[in-house]
Design a protein around this ligand. Structure first.
Ligand SMILES: C[S@@+](CC[C@H](N)C(=O)[O-])C[C@H]1O[C@@H](n2cnc3c(N)ncnc32)[C@H](O)[C@@H]1O
Length: 213
């Protein structure tokens, strides 16, 4: 059963996701199924998405949810761990890494406030494994003032991620852009309606050979 089918037929805990996220998840996450991975979801709420990830990734996956609401602790189950804290608290995030190891996949479905999103991303993304995935969802809030958003506000995650496109291409900028961590450790940046997916990866050499007769 794919993720969309399992969502549509869900009769367990409530899952709160936009419908168009499901093809995005399938595209970026399917290859991790039935592997020994750790997935960290920021934002537990009713616990349904943690259950969904556990079902999707299978019995080898460790699913960790973090939430600021202590009631979310009730959503622990076999293979599903919940820890209570603030996603913007980097000491708390370090404790999570100490306990469960570095996550292979991070899904930020937490406060949806720009400062929190950027803070968690800046702390966690550099720590991900070489092929890790970082998904930030519900980024429509990047356009909403009450979440710290605004189209011309440079600190929204959408605007921060737009600048990452230049970092990704820094090697071709004829010295105009200094290569940085994103240049050296990001394989792709995908933009969708309300979602950004960052895929870790490195390009060991950049060449464009002409091959053939
Ligand atoms: C959209 S809900 C999560 C939905 C859930 N992932 C799902 O798909 O069903 C957002 C959750 O983030 C939590 N939250 C809000 N601010 C937070 C923060 N600063 N740190 C951690 N969690 C936070 C809320 O308590 C809420 O449970």
């Amino acid at each position: 059963m794919n993720l969309w089918q399992s969502f549509q037929t869900n009769s367990k805990k409530v899952i709160h996701k936009w419908a168009h996220y499901f093809p995005i998840y399938e595209r970026h996450l399917a290859e991790y199924r039935n592997k020994t991975i750790t997935i960290l979801e920021i934002g537990v709420s009713k616990g349904g998405s943690l259950q969904m990830w556990s079902d999707f990734f299978g019995p080898l996956a460790t699913v960790v949810g973090i939430d600021i609401d202590p009631l979310c602790k009730a959503h622990e189950a076999d293979g599903i761990h919940v820890r209570i804290g603030n996603q913007a608290d980097t000491n708390f995030l370090d404790q999570i890494i100490k306990e469960f190891g570095v996550p292979d996949i991070v899904i930020d479905d937490g406060s949806h406030k720009m400062l929190d999103i950027v803070s968690s991303f800046e702390h966690l993304y550099p720590k991900l494994p070489k092929n890790g995935i970082y998904i930030v969802e519900d980024l429509h809030t990047a356009y909403w003032e009450e979440f710290g958003g605004g189209i011309s506000n440079p600190s929204t995650f959408i605007n921060v991620a737009k600048n990452f496109i230049d970092s990704l291409n820094a090697d071709h900028s004829r010295g105009e852009i200094q290569p940085d961590f994103i240049t050296r450790h990001t394989f792709s940046i995908s933009f969708y309606d309300s979602v950004v997916v960052m895929q870790r990866g490195s390009i060991p050499y950049k060449k464009a050979p002409k091959i053939g007769i």
